[in-house]
Design a protein. Structure first.
Ligand code: GDP
Ligand code: IMO
Ligand code: MG
Length: 420
């Protein structure tokens, strides 16, 4: 049985914390897409830790953590992360497994990402510049190097061939930055990667499932950043939705059980692109300040706004969400009034469906207002103690999107979560 946990907005919904909370219920936690563009925050012994490529179950030594074939893996970042995890006494050689089919991010992918963004100028995506787009382009372009290749004696030659292809592209961009230091670091990290568990992942997972083991697939980014269904072209380059689990791990759709969708009680986005409910005012700043809304990977300030139910309902539909988890409810504790967006007004007409093209379109949110709860919710432990104003807010969201909120997270700590 495979449960899926993923973000329903534009990323940073608090997936890391929630995976860490649910981890003890599972035997295996697996990342199925994305790469070091992700930044998943969790707290270990009270200390903040941000994971980029390693699944958020890594701090449970007995749980197997898998980096699946759908991920694009940067060995340099991975080595750094493994060192950071080892400082907590975790031996990644025991509980981290990497698919031999996982595609590699090479230094020229990062250079190409940067060159492409520079060329786009004001129209840039706002990429994390981790080489994600170019790495997935090499996958679909059938040029990529995969983790299994590092075990072959011809790896250096394969690398050189790809490097030469990339150099032509970089020349076209007039990109002249020296990347030799990054290349040295890459080869050191490849040496390290050779010492980790590289597996035939699809067989490993399916065998584990046949033995009755429980798998949690951990999404990165969010559904509105999905390459097919997000706010294209301001998206990432992978399928972030539940369908990505099957191709990203090699499991059948029949194995998918619960789809746990994580949403903030409000909304954020980092990078460029449409964000209909964005608040470019004091309220937006207040959300950023109280919610500490700064990127876990790039440190960039996150754009903030009210929850967008049009987009959330769409995300629930394409993912088949069975349970909602609402995070950062405590961030709304001090607000007098809360707004939720129930429709988009475009050219004077109200729409409740996400339009094909949102970029460059004037979208006016239609708001419904709620009274805030105006109490400190951070120490609430049971559903019965939630203020009525909060349950009214949650009930409305349940009904609108057609999926039940089953958990409310009321602080960053592992224990700050209320089951409903
Ligand atoms: P992810 O990428 O979805 O894992 O989310 P990030 O880690 O990038 O961003 C979520 C941020 O919110 C992190 O700093 C978390 O520690 C924090 N966080 C998660 N849940 C809660 C919550 O319920 N309340 C508050 N105040 N912070 C939370
Ligand atoms: P987690 O897993 C928030 C955004 C970038 C940019 C766009 C494309 O922590 O939720 P890319 O580097 O993929 O080429 O960037 O996607 N983005 C994220 N935003 N959280 C993330 O991951 C993100 N990963 C990518 O800011 O707008
Ligand atoms: Mg994040």
């Amino acid at each position: 049985m495979v449960d899926v946990l993923l973000g329903l907005q534009w990323g940073d919904e608090g997936k890391g914390k929630i995976v860490d909370y649910f981890a003890p219920k599972y035997d295996i936690i697996a990342r199925f897409q994305g790469g070091p563009n992700a930044g998943h925050t969790l707290y270990v012994n009270g200390q903040k830790m941000v994971l980029h490529q390693i699944p958020s179950g890594i701090f449970h030594q007995h749980i197997i953590n898998i980096i699946g074939n759908g991920v694009v893996l940067d060995p340099v970042t991975l080595k750094r992360e493994c060192d950071a995890v080892a400082a907590y006494g975790i031996d990644v050689r025991k509980n981290l497994f990497i698919s031999q089919r996982t595609n590699l991010i090479v230094p020229t992918h990062r250079a190409l990402d940067k060159a492409s963004e520079l060329q786009k100028g004001d129209a840039k995506i706002g990429s994390t510049l981790k080489g994600i787009g170019p790495a997935y382009m090499d996958k679909t372009g059938r040029n990529a190097l995969r983790v299994g290749d590092i075990l072959s004696p011809s790896f250096d030659a394969q690398y050189k061939e790809l490097r030469t292809k990339h150099q032509t592209l970089l020349n076209n961009f007039n990109f002249t930055e020296d990347i030799s230091a990054a290349e040295q670091e890459f080869f050191d990290a490849i040496e390290f990667l050779r010492t980790l568990n590289i597996i035939n992942c699809e067989y490993f997972i399916n065998k584990s499932l046949a033995e009755g083991k429980k798998v949690l697939a951990e999404g990165a980014q969010g559904s509105m950043l999905d390459i097919d269904f997000g706010t294209f072209p301001f998206v990432t380059s992978s399928n972030t939705i539940s369908a990505g689990v099957c191709t990203g791990l090699g499991v059948s759709p029949k194995q998918i059980n619960e789809v746990l969708g994580v949403t903030k009680a409000y909304c954020t986005r980092v990078g460029g692109g449409p964000f209909p409910t964005e608040l470019n005012d004091a309220t937006g700043e207040e959300l950023r300040r109280i919610g500490s809304e700064f990127g876990a990977t790039t440190g960039r300030p996150r754009r903030c706004g009210w929850i967008d139910l049009v987009a959330l309902k769409f995300a629930c539909m394409i993912n088949g969400v069975t349970q909602l988890i609402m995070t950062k409810a405590d961030v709304l504790d001090s607000f007098e009034t809360l707004n939720v967006c129930t429709a988009y007004k475009i050219n004077g007409q109200e729409h409740t469906e996400v339009p094909f093209q949102m970029s460059g379109v004037d979208i006016d949110p239609v708001w419904k207002s709620f009274s805030g709860w105006k109490i400190d919710s951070t120490s609430i432990k049971d559903a019965g103690s939630l203020p009525e104003t909060m349950t009214t807010y949650i009930d409305f969201i349940n009904k609108y999107v057609g999926a039940p909120v089953k958990y409310v997270s009321n602080g960053p700590g592992r224990e700050q979560i209320v089951a409903i």
